[in-house]
Design a protein around this ligand. Structure first.
Ligand SMILES: O=C(O)c1cc(=O)[nH]c(=O)n1[C@@H]1O[C@H](COP(=O)(O)O)[C@@H](O)[C@H]1O
Length: 307
């Protein structure tokens, strides 16, 4: 899948992933009304609303972007119907040729990580048959439990030719509380990055590894160091846009050839119609506003390559 992701990025000249993080308050009134008329103001109604909202965004952007990143928390808040909307969103995006990065941030003791990996990236054995519970191509993995919490994901990735993005330096304001702590004079995120590089060598695609990393756009200086520590790992870069990360700071995350990183924007794209800049589209045309926001992001990111 890493080969497919790189291929899509090259073809579209767009190192962009749209984060499908739907909150009910983002869903335009007319979509909410139709869903609630059909299912009532229930979990099912909310799940239908976020699915229809996602579908509109996918339909208006799939030809511009290589991948989407649905954040499972936004779906889980609506319980089982929400998870069904997550699955429907992943399947639909896949049918449009998009690579799916499931933002699930899992990681546990080995046997439990194995179940997460099988459920989201692999296939579960039932009797003589195997079934895919969910169908992502990549998932995000929390490395706090160490190698035995990550290796089960790597094993499934090897079998299924899928991939993971391991949290190395996250974009949030408190990320330094633990991640920047020094151990023998070196920050923890650098030690995690070294581990990512060595795990990555075990499961290589053509040019990049099945094991990628997450590094926040909000920490570009660290991004510069981490790019060098993990030369074969693709870096998923969240934090652009709504969290304040700017295109001018993104150059260090990329290699000289413009590859090596993919930048996520969730609210900046999916809620574009609620921003002053795109207000002329109106709620009815929210998906067109999202398309314009992707085109503007693509243009904006070109600054990252002006070194
Ligand atoms: O793994 C992630 O994607 C992630 C890591 C990180 O360090 N920071 C971060 O914001 N994210 C996710 O990226 C998305 C950012 O959303 P926006 O701030 O709306 O673009 C959310 O789904 C976050 O959960």
């Amino acid at each position: 899948m890493i080969n497919q992701l790189v291929k899509n990025i090259k073809k579209l000249d767009a190192p962009i992933v749209v984060g499908l993080d739907p909150m009910l308050s983002y869903v335009p009134e007319h979509i909410q009304k139709a869903a609630f008329d059909e299912y009532g103001e229930t979990l099912e109604g909310a799940a239908e609303a976020i699915w229809q909202y996602n579908k509109g965004i996918i339909d208006s952007t799939y030809d511009l972007i290589p991948a989407v990143k649905p954040q499972i928390a936004m779906y889980e808040q609506f319980g089982v119907p929400g998870l069904a909307a997550f699955q429907k969103t992943c399947e639909y995006a896949k049918s449009k040729g998009l690579v799916i990065i499931g933002d699930i941030k899992r990681g546990d003791i080995g046997s439990t990580s194995k179940a997460y990996a099988v459920g989201h990236l692999g296939q579960v054995q039932i009797g003589d048959k195997k079934f895919s519970g969910f169908c992502e191509d990549f998932v995000t993995v929390n490395p706090y439990l160490g190698s035995d919490g990550v290796r089960p994901f790597m094993e499934v990735c090897k079998e299924e030719k899928k991939g993971i993005f391991v949290l190395v330096k996250t974009s949030n304001p408190s990320s330094g509380e633990f991640q920047d702590q020094e151990i023998n004079g070196r920050p923890l995120y650098e030690l995690v990055a070294e581990k990512v590089a060595s795990w990555g060598e075990e499961v290589m695609g053509d040019d990049y590894s099945y094991v990628g990393a997450v590094v926040g756009a909000t920490y570009p200086k660290m991004g510069e160091i981490l790019r060098k520590v993990m030369p074969k790992s693709y870096i998923l870069v969240p934090g652009y846009g709504a969290q304040g990360g700017q295109a001018k700071d993104l150059a260090p995350f990329f290699n000289e050839d413009g590859l090596g990183a993919i930048v996520n924007s969730s609210r900046g794209i999916i809620c574009a119609y609620q921003q002053e800049k795109y207000s002329s589209f109106g709620a009815e045309n929210y998906a067109d506003a999202s398309r314009q926001a992707v085109l503007d992001m693509k243009e904006d990111l070109k600054q990252a390559f002006v070194r």
